[in-house]
Design a protein around this ligand. Sequence first.
Ligand SMILES: Cc1cc2nc3c(=O)[nH]c(=O)nc-3n(C[C@H](O)[C@H](O)[C@H](O)COP(=O)(O)O)c2cc1C
Length: 213
Amino acid sequence: MFTPEEKEAVYKVIYTRRDVRTFRSDPIPDDTVMNLLSAAHHAPSVGFMQPWNFVLVTSDEVKQRLAWAADKERRALAIHYEGERQDQFLELKIQGIKQAPLTVCITCDPTRGGSHVLGRNSIPETDMLSVACAIQNLWLAACAEGLAAGWVSFYKKNDVRDILEIPPHIDPIALISIGYTDQYPDKPILESTGWEKRRTMDDLIYHEKWGQS
Ligand SMILES: Cc1cc2nc3c(=O)[nH]c(=O)nc-3n(C[C@H](O)[C@H](O)[C@H](O)COP(=O)(O)O)c2cc1C
């Protein structure tokens, strides 16, 4: 089905993709933006519910307001850390909304498809998980297009609802800032700043039952 080169390209984009928070201001061509959104829209979804919408933000005024909401949350969350860890937390750059030419708010509509979406009756949060699949598709497509993307989840949902006029029953799952960058990291920024390490796979894989390696 796939040539060896095509297979290699899939793994290459998976391993190359990074969360990026530093962007150049040059705009993204419209057809490239549509490629990213189409990749997202072809993600799997529970019961084929496709619960997502995409709110595209390019205006400086709206970006400023979203950046304010994220920064407010960052400062609020600093209370969870103490001493050196708090200083380290406050030094982390957790978003690049103002810099990036485009930020997409990806939402989840839990009512889409009615009250009995196939497969969602058992695990209601499968709607959000479907949106996460769409976001990952968009992120990988951005990487393949030579673009950087950063997931921002530091915000109060109602702040983002107010700023983007999103109805109360719609969940703003993520803000994804997208743009070109001169600083595409080769490993996670949280790893290079010493915040967290990648765990070894051997500790994560069990056989036949939980805990058995
Ligand atoms: C659900 C989710 C929420 C995230 N929220 C943020 C965020 O608010 N700010 C941020 O800087 N990075 C955020 N990230 C990015 C992670 O920090 C990043 O994926 C992780 O450090 C691994 O780095 P990598 O994506 O470059 O492999 C988020 C990632 C996910 C999957």
